[in-house]
Design a protein around this ligand. Structure first.
Ligand code: ASP
Length: 331
């Protein structure tokens, strides 16, 4: 029997066509029409299609993740697996968000997209969609990203290349599998199970992300504290270090804590782990009340924080959630 798959379409290049006047890619009028160009999909899976939204993924917002998660939760028992087609630009955010929202996931939720529109010569869309659907029928219970020849854990993935078709990598966690003939799944993949899905589908968008650079004006941090925000993610230097001399941001972190605004320190390293005890410049931030993103990517940390905020009221509670391994996003 062919696996029963629900394909949720959320836009991206995979469903784009060039604007006749400007040549810039924009969403096609009918995504379904685009997908009808891959008739071989129905040879490998029994597929249903649902249009969620058709936008460039830079226009995706948490409400789209919520819609996707609700749809999957609602139809969870009716399908063997789910494929989400969306733009690659924010795919790591969507996949991370869904990995937290879909607790106790026992089936695959496979994100895919393409860098070249389906109807263009040399497109990677056909290959990616076919492999995503095949993966959605396998014994894997992960929110993953399938693109080119890789299966990556979604909340470990980062888009690192714009034009090369293997657009994602997973700097802090090995790939879940390789798409070949046959598809190989590695031992560390979470396996299917029949347990109940435990969906917690709520995200708080009141977050700011700051990337530090030498000379960052600390007044900017303090000015942010008067806005309606609940958390600030700071990408520090090295393992999460921050300035504490002339351009110190420590007073800003202390004031944030007094206002019950979470300060989460992530890092700017390609293969980074935030370790606030390693240097005085991190320890001072920790002592001022900042919490750590550990080895999460910024994408995984930002979405996890958005997901954690509705579930907790104190910084200590948020720290516990952020430090817990919810869906394989940290060690
Ligand atoms: N700009 C596109 C998007 O993220 C790129 C892609 O689809 O890969 O929607």
């Amino acid at each position: 029997m062919k696996p029963k798959i629900l394909l949720l379409f959320a836009g991206g290049t995979i469903g784009m066509v060039p604007n006749p006047e400007t040549g810039a890619l924009q969403p096609a009028q009918s995504a379904l029409e685009v997908l009808n160009n891959i008739p071989e999909l129905s040879e490998i899976v029994d597929i249903d299609f649902e249009l969620v939204v058709n936008v460039d993924s830079s226009n995706m917002v948490p409400d789209h993740w919520i819609k996707l998660a609700h749809l999957i939760a609602k139809k969870y028992k009716d399908y063997d697996g789910f494929v989400v087609a969306q733009g690659t630009d924010t795919m790591a955010y969507s996949a991370s968000a869904l990995s937290y929202a879909l607790g106790n996931l026992g089936k695959p939720v496979v994100f895919t997209g393409s860098l070249i529109p389906l109807l263009e010569i040399g497109s990677d869309a056909r290959n990616n969609l076919v492999y995503a659907c095949m993966t959605a029928g396998l014994n894997i219970a992960e929110v993953c990203i399938v693109l080119s020849n890789q299966i990556l854990r979604g909340n470990r993935a980062k888009k690192h290349h714009e034009s090369f078709v293997a657009a994602f990598h997973s700097p802090n966690f090995p790939e879940l599998g390789e798409l070949g003939r046959p598809i190989v799944l590695n031992d560390w993949c979470r396996k299917r199970h029949d347990g109940e899905l435990d969906a917690k589908v709520d995200f708080d968008k009141r977050i700011v992300v700051i990337k530090l650079f030498p000379g960052f004006n600390p007044d900017i941090l303090e000015n942010l504290l008067s806005l309606d925000i609940r958390a600030i993610v700071i990408e520090g230097f090295g393992p999460g270090n921050v300035p504490f001399l002339e351009t110190s941001i420590i007073p800003g972190i202390i004031k944030a804590r007094e206002k019950n605004i979470v300060v989460l320190i992530a890092n700017q390293m390609e293969r980074g782990k935030t370790h606030l005890e390693a240097y005085e410049a991190g320890l001072k931030a920790k002592e001022a009340g900042a919490i750590s993103a550990h080895d999460m990517t910024t994408e995984a940390a930002v979405t996890k924080l958005m997901w954690a905020l509705p579930q907790a009221s104190t910084i200590e509670e948020i720290d516990i959630i952020m430090s817990n391994n919810i869906a394989g996003e940290l060690i």
